[in-house]
Write a protein of this length. Structure first.
Length: 304
């Protein structure tokens, strides 16, 4: 198949592109910058210049392709405090893909997440989140994408664990390492028994490829390799690697040490991928989060 991928040069997207190419698919990657275009070309994929605001470009690329994987999100404006605008841009892109793919039964995979689905309890693919201000607006975007199944699109939502880890990750775990290093202690909030789902980047990329190849219309897929890693265990691994004391701190102290991350670090959000594994025969093979931390690359990046 020829697959159009948005976010093709990103952390997850680049792993997806590699998976698709190695499986014999052709890839057309959206590039909004010269750096992105260079990365896509170096991977061996075709380049389509544009961004999520170029809806005509999105429709044309989707029409020319056998399927779409939509991973891009306007993080630049989201982190500038305009999350609602980023969510609205994402919805317009999904609608544009629906216009192009309607009635074709071609696949459309969109990115979502398992965070906040079912706080404090094990979330499954059957759980549908409720929208809330800010990031919670993406819940409605997921519903819009899944509803495209009624218009003849083989649509699916891939819900990623909040930690998609691996060598080169600059996300939450890298930020946690940097905050601990700066504070001089590897800290967890309260008892640290709250859990974060995690998945290795290579496993996430393979799941997206399997979904685009096999998942039926309206599928919800969980890119979750580990249902929940206790944050205390993460802090202990960081403490060992950086030779820092491992300490319990209050939520108020967490705000001082971790900033906006403190809310996430105090959240308990385990998630299952049992139904996804059964549906697609997906079996995560990459290292778990603690094993990945023990490989040392997160600390080499933080020290650079």
């Amino acid at each position: 198949m020829r697959i159009f991928v948005t976010g093709a040069s990103g952390w997850i997207g680049s792993a997806v592109v590699t998976e698709l190419l190695e499986a014999g698919h052709d890839v057309l990657g959206l590039a909004r910058s010269d750096a992105s275009a260079g990365a896509i070309a170096a991977a061996g994929a075709e380049i389509r210049r544009g961004d999520l605001g170029n809806l005509d470009v999105l429709r044309a690329a989707a029409t020319e392709s056998d399927g779409v994987i939509h991973l891009a999100f306007r993080h630049d404006i989201a982190f500038a405090g305009e999350f609602d605008a980023a969510v609205a841009s994402d919805l317009k892109a999904i609608e544009a893909f629906g216009d192009a793919l309607g009635g074709t039964n071609k696949p459309l995979a969109i990115a979502s997440g398992v965070a906040s689905l079912k706080p404090g309890a094990l979330a499954t693919e059957r759980d549908m989140g409720e929208p809330f201000a800010g990031p919670g607006g993406r819940v409605l975007n997921e519903r819009a994408a899944l509803a495209l199944a009624e218009r003849g699109v083989r649509s699916m939502s891939v819900r990623f664990a909040p930690t998609v880890h691996g060598d080169g990750d600059n996300g939450f775990i890298a930020m946690l390492v940097a905050a601990d290093r700066a504070a001089g202690s590897a800290a967890y909030i309260d008892e640290g028994t709250n859990r974060w789902p995690a998945v290795h980047r290579s496993d996430a990329g393979r799941l997206v490829r399997l979904g685009i190849e096999r998942a039926p219309a309206g599928s919800v897929l969980h890119a979750v390799g580990e249902e929940g890693v206790a944050l205390r265990d993460v802090s202990q691994a960081i403490g060992r690697a950086l030779d820092l004391p491992v300490t319990s701190i209050t939520a108020e102290q967490g705000q001082a040490q971790f900033g906006f991350l403190a809310h996430f670090l105090a959240s308990d959000m385990p998630a299952s991928s049992a139904l996804t594994r059964e549906l697609l025969g997906w079996q995560p093979a990459g290292p778990g989060l603690i094993a990945d931390l023990e490989e040392g690359h997160y600390f080499a990046v933080a020290a650079a």
